[in-house]
Design a protein around this ligand. Structure first.
Ligand code: AMP
Ligand code: MG
Length: 346
């Protein structure tokens, strides 16, 4: 058990002052082309490059094939909390920019077994996310999927991946970490694994509001994450709290075979993952439950009707990973020319 990292604590303090914080962020981002010239930014981007290479090395060594990511398509991930999708006219039809490549991951795992995308995603997050320190409107996630894997296997894989990246960054980026004043925690295995139900209990015991039937709020995630000094998992989210593609446990109705990994020290969500629904009827029912219309999912439903492999996987956000590795205040420091909700920057 640990405490909150000073960056996160500082951010929360400043977020209370809302306007002045936003003003400073806005003026910083308006010149993002030049703020990337400083030593600090250079150190961060070098750590990020090492982390990305470590991710690829790790996944390649486990037999995963990197595919070029789809960027646009007729449908994309609807399961994005509060964010809007970007759609545009594609030769007379409405297409969307990927908010995540989840639907394509299931197709790719069926075709090729073990795959990953380094996948650019666009989500028009609500303006208040400018204050969370962990939301960008344009970000990259490494999106991993394996046919025949279950969600426990996906958790093991995510844990091994995160530990591999931390080891690589400790070894190869010692100078950058020192320049950034960052002492990366040890992150020994195994990472604690807490069912969602227990996470809700812990939050309530801390005097925070937590709903047993929905995702944990970002304040809740920060509070929970401040109690740990290694990454940890929350698993078995309640049905209705996540996208229709997270598989509901056939033996435990109402419980999803899914998880998040969270960073320690208050940095919050690192990874979301799950075993997938893959049977046409079940997917259609889950879509209807979440207010989605199956007939809008043309090719995806056709593919399910023909049959696909069961699979599991996860996505890890590269900017949030970098934020944690470097101990940064916000994800806007973790990419070149970042885009933050509500701010018009280069
Ligand atoms: P999600 O599908 O929302 O669970 O997103 C998958 C992963 O992408 C998350 O675990 C984060 O690491 C990352 N991510 C999601 N939304 C954002 C965002 N707005 N900005 C930066 N990273 C994000
Ligand atoms: Mg998530």
């Amino acid at each position: 058990m640990g405490g909150m990292h000073p960056s996160v604590a500082g951010l929360i303090e400043e977020a209370r002052e809302g306007e002045s914080f936003l003003g400073r962020l806005e003026s910083r981002l308006s010149r993002s082309y030049s703020s990337a010239r400083g030593e600090r930014s250079r150190a961060v981007l070098r750590v990020q490059a090492v982390a990305l290479r470590a991710i690829r090395d790790f996944l390649d060594s486990r037999g995963f094939l990197e595919l070029l990511p789809p960027i646009i398509g007729p449908v994309t991930d609807p399961g994005i909390r509060g964010a809007r999708q970007v759609s545009f006219d594609y030769y007379g039809r409405e297409y969307r920019v990927m908010s995540s490549a989840i639907l394509y991951k299931q197709a790719a795992a069926t075709a090729l077994g073990r795959i990953y995308f380094v996948s650019p995603n666009v989500r028009l997050e609500p303006p208040e996310t400018a204050l969370t320190g962990r939301h960008l409107t344009e970000f990259v996630q490494v999106d991993v999927e394996a046919a025949g894997m279950d969600y426990l296997g996906a958790m093991d894989l995510a844990e091994d991946l995160i530990r591999h990246v931390i080891r690589a960054v400790r070894e190869e980026s010692a100078r950058e970490l020192e320049a950034l004043g960052r002492e990366l925690p040890e992150c020994a295995a195994p990472f604690p694994r807490i069912p969602h139900r227990e996470a809700v209990g812990i939050l309530r015991s801390m005097g925070l509001e937590a709903d047993g039937g929905s995702e944990i709020s970002w304040e809740g995630e920060v509070a929970l994450s401040s109690r740990f000094d290694t990454p940890f998992f929350v698993y078995d989210y309640p049905a209705g709290s996540r996208g229709f593609y997270d598989r509901e446990d056939p033996d435990r109705p109402g419980i999803l075979r899914d998880f998040d990994a969270l960073y320690p020290e208050g940095f919050g969500e690192a990874v979301s993952g799950a075993e997938r629904e893959y049977e046409y009827e079940r997917v259609a029912a889950r879509m209807r439950d979440s207010g989605e219309d199956p007939s809008r999912y043309g090719w995806y439903m056709e593919m399910l009707r023909e049959g696909i492999e069961p699979s599991a996987g996860f996505g890890i956000g590269v900017e949030r990973l970098t934020r944690f590795l470097c101990g940064l205040e916000g994800v806007w420091e973790a990419r070149f020319c970042p885009k933050v909700a509500g701010i018009h920057s280069p």
